[in-house]
Design a protein around this ligand. Structure first.
Ligand SMILES: Cc1ncc(COP(=O)(O)O)c(C=O)c1O
Length: 340
């Protein structure tokens, strides 16, 4: 273990590790898995990834459990989602088995960077696939690079688990109604940078994007899905323009186990007046509870948290999911893959 690292203070940033793994698709097939110690790549300057945005990625985490074992959370779902993203951009889908083998390999190779149990930190895995072929006309590549880098990241809530405020603005869209929002495509994040920057400038932690067609319904919350608790039910937006969050999928199961009804449906902005809790959910934080949602166009402020503290349901969600990922509670769904 690398004793130099202050795990609890690590940001969500790039910290160099020992190895990354790579695999290239050439001549119609995936080649051997290559282990690399370099953190740069050498690609053609006309590669489709650079000019036409043929770039997709994933984000998942590995944890050191109470029993000392290493667990990767929902490896298979991330593998499947990357395949969906690839199909969306006419890229070569990475076989699930190859994705899984490479994740296990890169985690094992970088074992000394897996933060200790109880630190709240984890090892973040960032798989990405890019189009390599040189193109000047707009056309998909026929050669691809799939690689996985890893980096240790600190606990999301460094100053303790607490609410943040978010905002709604209608003068920016992250994605088009039937565009690339349902896939994890780099370009979506480029489009989110300006509105997110403006929200940060105004003191908000994120933008709650509305559906890009009618601007009436909730879509998602920056790089995370959105859910709320309304009349004791778990409600979360159903939309063609949001990324199907694996955390949200897991929380829906947990909510049902807690006896709650789950509704995945369109949620009108005005419904925010009647919710008792709301949160952004995703791999980074599990749940980031929301105190207030300000509609910057109408001036309406939706005060979600009456006492300024994270609600009981969100607090329990985070406790349960953390307990499963850390091996403190039985993994009854088979969500964790143990790295042997
Ligand atoms: C746009 C977007 N929505 C939702 C999520 C949450 O997805 P997950 O729970 O799979 O991390 C992410 C992060 O991956 C994201 O970037």
């Amino acid at each position: 273990m690398d004793t130099q690292i202050d795990w609890g203070k690590l940001p969500f940033g790039y910290y160099p590790t020992d190895y990354n793994v790579r695999c290239e698709f050439r001549n119609g097939q995936w080649g051997p898995i290559e282990v690399s110690q370099s953190d740069t790549i050498n690609i053609h300057m006309a590669a489709t990834a650079l000019h036409y945005g043929q770039e997709i990625f994933e984000g998942l985490k590995a944890f050191r459990g109470k029993d000392g074992k290493i667990r990767i959370f929902r490896l298979d779902e991330n593998a499947k989602r990357l395949r969906e993203s690839a199909k969306g951009l006419l890229m070569e889908p990475v076989p699930v088995e190859l994705f899984e083998e490479m994740c296990l390999k890169v985690v094992k190779l970088n074992e000394r960077f897996i933060p200790p149990y109880g630190s709240g930190a984890s090892l973040y895995l960032r798989p990405l696939e890019i189009g390599l072929s040189p193109r000047i006309g707009v056309k998909e590549a026929d050669e691809y690079l799939f690689m996985i880098m890893v980096t240790p990241v600190g606990p999301y809530f460094k100053g303790g688990f607490k609410n943040t405020n978010i905002c709604i603005m209608r003068n920016f869209d992250r994605v088009a109604p039937l565009g690339t929002g349902r896939w994890k495509v780099g370009g979506n994040y480029a489009a989110s940078m300006m509105p997110t920057h403006l929200a940060h400038e105004k003191g908000y932690s994120a933008v709650l994007f509305l559906d890009p067609k009618e601007k009436k319904y909730l879509d998602e919350c920056g790089p995370a899905n959105f859910y709320a608790i309304k009349d004791g039910k778990y409600i979360t937006p159903k939309s063609d323009s949001i990324l199907p969050s694996i955390t949200n999928m897991s929380l829906m199961d947990i909510a049902r186990e807690m006896g709650m009804e789950v509704e995945e449906r369109r949620i009108a902005v005005e419904e925010l007046a009647d919710v008792s809790e709301a949160a952004a959910c995703g791999t980074a934080a599990v749940c980031s509870p929301i105190g207030e949602i300000d509609d910057l166009d109408t001036g309406h402020k939706y005060i979600i948290s009456k006492d300024g503290k994270p609600g009981p349901v969100t607090t329990e969600f985070v406790r349960r999911l953390d307990a499963i990922r850390n091996g403190e509670e039985p993994d009854t769904h088979g969500w964790c893959t143990i790295v042997e």
